[in-house]
Design a protein around this ligand. Structure first.
Ligand code: GLV
Length: 316
């Protein structure tokens, strides 16, 4: 059972031993729970809370294949307690998401969407030396919060723009240059030095509102914030205030605290580029993510261990 149609012929990918009926559209919760009740395997989306309600509704469940690299929507401890394997889709979306983070960085710095609106709205009256002046990207300092697969892929792109890259990661190690020449700093140092701050850590209790009012106040007034990770890592109300008060210059956001709701202060701000959680949205990447889910399900149902288990304790 999947909670929404996927960009893959799931029935064909699973093969004849599986009974899969594609949902006609993204399912309402009650419909999803009803369909899931006899399932051995679920393909779930990041928008789907996978919690006790799901596990209670689905007593024969063996695997939750979450069609995302992030799995903050899944109660992993509860899955483990019930012996349900949880998998995610790392790797295949790294470059797509890093590309998108860079698109937001460039778009916010160079006021791309404001310019589009101006041209489209018929408000452009001709080239002016003072029009739509934005921020320089090349040669500036990029601060990466969370140096995992996607953070490192963003750092590689930044190298092409001649940027200096600093990062704050989970390990807490500072001062050492990693192999790509990026320098580890603590979060305070990163916020103080970075011209661009791009977030690439997972959402956990520790990273919830990691970028709060005081973090925003610690950034340069000229700084640009980019978030392609998870909305609740940033305190959205504090971001609206920081933009209004000129504590930072601009933001490029692909994720929001209460998707699909977006804070009205962000929607009203010209200095924010907004995207609909589309970081991994290329045809190829989304197809590969769905295929990773069907591969994981085939592995589990065939008695094999899938490649990307987020709760390996379940095998203990
Ligand atoms: C998308 O946000 C993902 O986690 O894959």
């Amino acid at each position: 059972v999947s909670s929404a149609p996927l960009p893959l012929d799931v029935a064909a990918a699973l093969g004849d031993e599986f009974d899969y009926v594609a949902p006609p559209a993204q399912l309402e919760r009650a419909e999803f729970l009803a369909r899931a009740s006899s399932a051995d395997a679920l393909i779930t989306l990041l928008t789907e809370p996978v919690d006790s309600e799901v596990f209670d509704a689905c007593p024969g469940l063996k695997i939750v294949a979450n069609c995302a690299v992030g799995f903050d929507n899944v109660d992993v401890a509860e899955a483990t307690r019930r012996g349900v394997i949880v998998t995610n889709t790392p790797g295949v979306l790294t470059d797509a998401t890093a590309d998108f983070a860079f698109a937001l960085l460039l778009g916010a710095a160079r006021r791309l969407v404001e310019g589009d609106r101006m041209v489209r709205g018929g408000d452009w009256t001709g080239w002016k030396p003072t029009e739509l002046l934005g921020a320089t990207v090349s040669g500036q300092t990029l601060g990466i919060v969370g140096m995992g697969r996607i953070g490192r892929a963003v750092a590689r792109r930044a190298a092409g723009f001649g940027m200096r890259v600093i990062y704050a990661g989970r390990s807490g190690s500072t001062g050492k240059d990693d192999s790509d020449g990026a320098q580890a700093v603590d979060l305070d140092g990163l916020l103080a030095q970075a011209d661009f701050v791009s977030i690439h850590c997972p959402l956990t209790p520790e990273t919830h509102h990691l970028i709060d009012g005081s973090a925003l106040a610690a950034m340069k007034p000229s700084a640009v914030l980019v978030n392609t990770a998870r909305g609740p890592i940033v305190d959205e109300a504090a971001l609206v205030a920081a933009l209004a008060e000129g504590e930072i210059a601009a933001a490029g956001l692909d994720v929001f605290e209460a998707e699909p709701q977006v804070h009205p202060g962000l929607r009203a701000s010209d200095r924010v580029v907004l995207a609909p959680h589309a970081g991994s949205a290329t045809t190829v990447t989304r197809g590969l993510m769905a295929t990773m889910c069907t591969d994981a399900i085939k592995a589990v149902m065939g008695g094999r261990r899938p490649s990307h288990v987020v709760n390996p304790e379940v095998y203990a």
